[in-house]
Structure formats: structure tokens, C-alpha cells
Write a protein that binds this ligand. Structure first.
Ligand SMILES: Nc1ncnc2c1ncn2[C@@H]1O[C@H](COP(=O)(O)OP(=O)(O)OP(=O)(O)O)[C@@H](O)[C@H]1O
Ligand SMILES: [Mg+2]
Length: 367
């Protein structure tokens, strides 16, 4: 799966533009503030209907413009293509179009255009709150397990109901017990999906990591959000009083986490910045392999400022792994000389020069 064309209007400082990227490696280079990250942001909008720099979309819309719009043609894994469009105006009106139809949710975009983002904020996957790691985990499960979404919605509904009951006690106890049963069933299913996913991810992650950097003893493990020896129903019953005091349910899949540890420590506390970046890259590349294995298409990788924090050896190791994914990759950098060498001769590499919001395709340096 790849983006064969995309058009951007009204995104940050970018002049309206239509690009025809390579199906494989695309390098966007240019000075600070020229608009490289904005191009990745436009692709991200198309795949997820949201910005990666801010929760609000308003700052993405170009000053003085009424709206931002991105269109893209996606070549699908099963053959044929799909046309996606997203538009958002200053009043907050949103439109998502898939093949000429209005789409109901952004999940449909995510399914058509699975994106993996690696940017200078990515270390948050290790350092940040568990929610960020759960989102990472669930992104993977969503893309390989077709039943995930509906179970997830059931879980959210049952959880909202229980939390509201804890706070307001509006429902009688017998009816709430039925909701709790639903909560436990959905939780067990989500746990099973996540566990199966992590089991598949772990060896691929370990292999990928070993090709990127030597970090002997780094372990990845999964915490399901409640005592692994006990049924969730038992845990809920025993923590009822405290849940009522807090006004929300404390145990369950909404508290799951991934743990990365090295020599008995939280990996985020001891790894250097560059090592953290490589661990995050290994996690994201491993996810890409799993999506490909599930034969539901391939991810598109957005790698913002690839060379930063990496020495030459690790930079080329990362490029090699991205190339071996056989996916479409968009890389930004200030100095493309750093990424000139090392690509296989048969891999199509296209360079784009970004200057003051204008983008020009330059020749493949090897031609
Ligand atoms: N809503 C907006 N409208 C117009 N311009 C904007 C808007 N938001 C940001 N900008 C400008 O867009 C420019 C491009 O930013 P971008 O982050 O894409 O640059 P970059 O090429 O990635 O730079 P760097 O190499 O520093 O990462 C910046 O100069 C920024 O001030
Ligand atoms: Mg940038």
C-alpha cells in the first residue's frame, strides 16, 4: 500500500501542491522552517484526521486561510486504489471522504492508510504515560485483529456505565451486575487480543532491535491492567469501595501497559536519547512487519528528522531496516547528503527540496 499522489492546500506554510511520491523511499530536505514536517503532518491528517503536533487542528490551518484540505490516492494491497480526502475549516467543521462518500469515523481512514510516525516526540513512547503505550499497542491490535474495534467499543460502553454508576449510583445493583459481566467479558477478550499481539511482536521487536543497536537484556513485557492471577470480577468486587471513593474503575484493560526494562531498571530512565530513538524505531518497524504479515496491506512510515540523535553507523542501520520493510517511507532531514549513500540500486529513491513552503522534486542522485 502506498500513496501514489497527494494534494495539500492550506496546511501550515505549504503552498498548494500535488506530489507524486515514490512507492518506496522519499526524502524531503531543506532548511529549518521550510515546511518539511508540515508535509508529514499533511499525510498524517489524511491517515488519522488529526495533527501529531497538537490536539487541536486549528494551528495546522494556514494563517489567513479558511480551511486545510488534503487529498490522496492510495494504491491498495489487494489491487485497485482508493481516494481519500479530509478537510477541516476554522469553525471546526470536518469532512472525511472515502471514494466519494462521506465517512463516519476517522477509524475508516486509519484502516485504509496505516501510518507509523517516528519523530522527535517519539521518545514519549518510553518515557510518557501508559496511555501512549496502550495507544501503540492497540494500533497494532486494531490492524491485525478485525474483531478488536467492536470489542473495544463494547468495553468503553460498559466502562462508562460502571463509572457513572460509581459516581451517581443511578442504576439498581442487579442491572449494574449485568453491566459488570459485560465489562468482564469484553475485558477478557481485549486482554486476549493484546496478549496474542505482544507474543507475535516480541520476537520481531527483539530481532529488529538487535539489527539496530546492541542493548543486551532489554525486555518488553505486557501488563494487562489487573492482577494476572485473578479474575477481573474478583478484583472489581474487592476494590469496589475504593472505586466508589475515586469515582472510577481502577483495574482493567484501561490500565494496561507495556514495560521496557533493562537490567532491572525502567529502560527510559537509563537509555541515552539516541538509544531511546532506536528502541522506538525497532518497536515501530516491528509493528510494520506484523501488519504486513497479517496481509492487510503495509504501513507508510513518516520519519521526521531521521538523522537527529544518530551517529553514522546507527543512521545507516535504520535506513537499511526501513528499506527492508519494502514500504513507502517519507523521511525528512536538513542535509540530504547524510542520507545519500547506502540505498540498494534497485530501490527507488526520490528527493524533494522544500524551500519556503514550496516543494520541488529533484533528481534521484544515483541517476
Ligand atoms: N498555521 C500556520 N500558517 C502558516 N505558517 C505556519 C503555520 N504554522 C506553522 N507555520 C510555519 O510553517 C513553517 C514550517 O514549519 P515546519 O515545522 O514544517 O518546518 P521544518 O521544515 O520541518 O523545519 P525544521 O527543520 O526546523 O524541523 C515554520 O516557519 C512555521 O512558523
Ligand atoms: Mg521539522
Amino acid at each position: 500500500m502506498s500513496l501514489s499522489r497527494f494534494s495539500v492546500t492550506g496546511v501550515r506554510n505549504l503552498h498548494p501542491v500535488t506530489l507524486s511520491p515514490s512507492t518506496r523511499i522519499n526524502i524531503l530536505y531543506g532548511a529549518n522552517g521550510s515546511g518539511k514536517t508540515s508535509v508529514l503532518e499533511a499525510i498524517h491528517l489524511l491517515g488519522l484526521a488529526r495533527s501529531f503536533r497538537s490536539i487541536r487542528l486549528q494551528p495546522v490551518i494556514q494563517y489567513e486561510q479558511p480551511a486545510c484540505t488534503v487529498f490522496g490516492q492510495v494504491e491498495l494491497a489487494e489491487g485497485g486504489s482508493s481516494n481519500l480526502g479530509i478537510s477541516r475549516d476554522r469553525q471546526g467543521n470536518f469532512q472525511i471522504r472515502i471514494d466519494g462518500q462521506n465517512a463516519k469515523s476517522a477509524a475508516q481512514l486509519a484502516e485504509t492508510l496505516p501510518l507509523q510516525l517516528i519523530n522527535p516526540d517519539s521518545f514519549r513512547l518510553l518515557e510518557g504515560a501508559p496511555k501512549i503505550r496502550r495507544q501503540f499497542l492497540d494500533w497494532g491490535v486494531f490492524h491485525v485483529e478485525p474483531r478488536f474495534m467492536s470489542t473495544w467499543q463494547r468495553l468503553q460502553k460498559a466502562l462508562r456505565q460502571r463509572n457513572s454508576w460509581l459516581r451517581h449510583g443511578t442504576l439498581d445493583d442487579a442491572s449494574q451486575a449485568a453491566w459488570d459481566r459485560e465489562l468482564c467479558v469484553a475485558s477478557a477478550e481485549i486482554d486476549e487480543f493484546r496478549r496474542t499481539y505482544i507474543k507475535a511482536l516480541k520476537p520481531v521487536f527483539e530481532q529488529t532491535l538487535s539489527e539496530l543497536v546492541q542493548l543486551e537484556g532489554l525486555t518488553l513485557s505486557y501488563y494487562r491492567g489487573w492482577d494476572k492471577e485473578k479474575d477481573l470480577s474478583i478484583v472489581l468486587a474487592s476494590s469496589l469501595h475504593r472505586d466508589q471513593q475515586m469515582g472510577h474503575t481502577q483495574a482493567g484493560p484501561q490500565r494496561a501497559d507495556l514495560r521496557l526494562r533493562l537490567g532491572g531498571h525502567n529502560a527510559a530512565d537509563i537509555l541515552s536519547r539516541g538509544q531511546q530513538k532506536l528502541v522506538v524505531c525497532a518497536l515501530r518497524i516491528a509493528q510494520g512487519h506484523l501488519v504486513s504479515q497479517a496481509r492487510r496491506g503495509q504501513c507508510i512510515y513518516l520519519v521526521d528528522d531521521l538523522p537527529s540523535e544518530l551517529d553514522e553507523h546507527h543512521r545507516s542501520a535504520l535506513c537499511r531496516l526501513l528499506e527492508e520493510l519494502h514500504c513507502q517511507v517519507f523521511i525528512t532531514c536538513v542535509d540530504h547528503e547524510l542520507l545519500r549513500e547506502g540505498w540498494q540500486t534497485e530501490t527507488p529513491v526520490v528527493l524533494f527540496h522544500v524551500e519556503h513552503g514550496s516543494i520541488t522534486q529533484t533528481h534521484d542522485h544515483r541517476e
